[in-house]
Structure formats: C-alpha cells, structure tokens
Design a binder for this molecule. Structure first.
Ligand code: UDP
Ligand code: MG
Length: 316
C-alpha cells in the first residue's frame, strides 16, 4: 500500500515575527511521523503586507514539503482555511494557526485519534491564555451559539482540527460565502472526536481578530447557522400584539365605566410609538442580515482569488 500523507493547512497573515519559529517547532514536532507518513505543509498567504511571503519562499527553497498558495488580497482566516482544504492532498488534513497558539504537539494527538478511526478530530481549549476581554467575549459567544444553533456546535473548539480525506471532500462541497468553518465541520457529521488541549498565548505579533472581526464571525455563526432570530421576531410580534389587545380592552372599559378618567395623556402614546418603532427597526435589521446573505450568495462570486502558487496544482 502506498504511504499515506498528512496535509497541514496553515493560514498566514502578517506573521513575519513568528513564522520561522512556527516552522521550526512544526517540523521538529512532526519528526516522529517521518517515514510513517508523507507530510505536506500547505501555507496560505492571505494577502500579507509584511515580509511573510519572503520568509515562506526561503523556507520552501529548503523544504520540499512546503507548498504555498498566495491570495490576491486579504480574504480572511475562514477563506484561507477553505482554500487550504480545497487544495490539500493528504489522507488527513489538519488545520492550525501559524502563531503557535495551536501547539503542534497537539496535532500528534489529533493524528492518534484519526488512526483510531475518527474522521473529524477537533481540539477543544481546556484552558486558554488570552486576555480577560477575549476570554469573556469568546465564552459568551460559545454560550449564545449553543443556545441559538439549530444543531450542536461544540463549545470552545476553534478551527484547529483534523479531517479525514472523506470528511475533507465533504467540506469542499460547502460553498457558502459567509463561512463559519466550525459550524460546517459540525454539520457534516461523520465520526467526530474531541481532544482537549491547552491553548498557548500568541508567541509574537498581534491578534488579527479584534472585537470588530470577532463580532463579524459571530454574526456569520448566528445568521448562517440558525433561523432562531427569525422565529424570535414572530414570537415578539405576537407578544406585542397581545399587549396591545390588553390595551384596547383597558381603553374600552375605562371609556364605558369611568368616562371622567379617560384620555390617559399623550406621553404613553409617544413612548409606545417609539418603542414599537425601535423594535421594528431591529427586526428590519435582522431581516437585513438574512437578505444580505441571500444577496451575497446570489452573486455567485468566487470565494477567493489565488494570485500564485508554489508546488500546488490549481484546478479551481
Ligand atoms: N489569519 C489569516 N487571515 C486573516 C487573519 C488571520 O489567515 O485575515 C491567520 C493568522 O495568521 C493565524 C490565524 O489565522 O494563523 C488565526 O489568527 P489570529 O491568531 O490573529 O486569531 P486569534 O488566535 O487571536 O483568534
Ligand atoms: Mg492566534
């Protein structure tokens, strides 16, 4: 039987400060796999504006296992991962960050579970060393998602995971524009297995997920994976309509039995109008989130544009 290969899908965006160290740790950690498996290190340079590409090319000149996909511009983490899964050739495909927050030694644990027959092995953050704010917002996010999602998406699992070839091929069939890869990965089914790990802090450089981008990802998670907000609109509409019926009954009763006390004043009316008006705008916003996603899908644009590759066959 031919030797099996394992692909590492490695998104990089402005990581000149950690890239060399990351590569060093990755290649030394994966030494024990040598001989047992062929390895492929597929870097996706997501429109970096620093020296990332030069470093990648230097490394690739010395290591045959390194392959590079260069994006025409920054398309974002989720699309970099998508391109990586699209082009990875391995019997197993491991997605991991390139800032050493996902420790390469955990990849060995993922591989062990894959060897046991699991088809999607995802790393769950037992602990994380991010700042208080990031931990708080991330924690809230996973809780809200767990409540809203139409089917379970594992909590505290990031994009660090392994796909068996069969699972990777299925991942490739999901072509939605607003991508939440963890959601898709839960959606495909197959034999899934969690592996706990301790998430390290970023070795150097800054996070590329400031609050604004985290919010964007959360919106994609909610609106691409849940119709709960739409159902909430209906429920809330029914509630407000119910309250207004009570108001009508009250008005009629007061008018008939206590004519002197009628005319409760205009402030109530103004508050009610503003309240309902505000709610309606929020509801319109929710509808807009879905319509915007329909709009994005209907254009059918390519998900990402590759400007050049190194060692990768381009078929997309
Ligand atoms: N990344 C990317 N494109 C982007 C932002 C980030 O490819 O637009 C990569 C980045 O180089 C890293 C991974 O995605 O390997 C995760 O990003 P980051 O570490 O900034 O996110 P965090 O770990 O703070 O959530
Ligand atoms: Mg990181």
């Amino acid at each position: 039987m031919a030797q099996k290969t394992i692909s590492f899908v490695l998104p990089v965006y402005n990581e000149e400060k950690v890239l060399k160290e990351f590569y060093g740790v990755l290649s030394s950690t994966t030494k024990p796999l040598d001989g047992r498996y062929g390895l492929e290190f597929l870097f996706i340079n997501d429109g970096s504006r620093d020296g990332t590409i030069q470093i990648l090319k230097q490394l690739a000149a010395k290591d045959q296992r390194i392959k590079i996909i260069e994006f025409a511009r920054n398309f974002g983490h989720q699309l970099a991962i998508t391109a990586g899964i699209d082009h990875a050739k391995g019997d197993a495909v491991i997605v991991m960050d390139t800032d050493l927050q996902d420790p390469p030694k955990t990849a060995l644990d993922l591989i062990r579970e894959w060897e046991q027959g699991n088809e999607v092995v995802y790393a769950v953050r037992a602990t994380r060393k991010d700042g208080f704010w990031k931990r708080l917002t991330a924690g809230m996010f996973y809780k809200i998602m767990a409540k809203l999602s139409d089917y379970p998406i594992p909590e505290n699992a990031g994009d660090f995971r392994l796909f068996d070839r069969r699972a990777a091929d299925v991942m490739k069939r999901y072509r939605e524009v607003h991508r939440y890869m963890r959601g898709i990965s839960a959606h495909i089914g197959f034999k899934q297995k969690a592996v706990p790990f301790d998430r390290d802090s970023r070795r150097a450089g800054e996070t590329h997920y400031p609050f604004r981008k985290m919010l964007g990802l959360s919106m994609d998670a909610v609106f691409s994976f849940s119709t709960a907000p739409l159902r909430f609109m209906t429920k809330f509409g029914l509630f407000v309509a119910g309250v207004s019926v009570l108001g009508i009954i009250y008005a009629v009763v007061v008018r008939i039995f206590f004519p002197v006390a009628a005319v409760p004043g205009w402030s109530f009316i103004v508050v009610a109008i503003l309240f309902v008006g505000g709610i309606q705008f929020i509801m319109l916003g929710i509808l807009g989130e879905y319509i915007g996603r329909i709009f994005a899908e209907s254009k059918g644009r390519p998900l990402y544009i590759i400007s050049s590759t190194h060692g990768v066959e381009q078929d997309r």
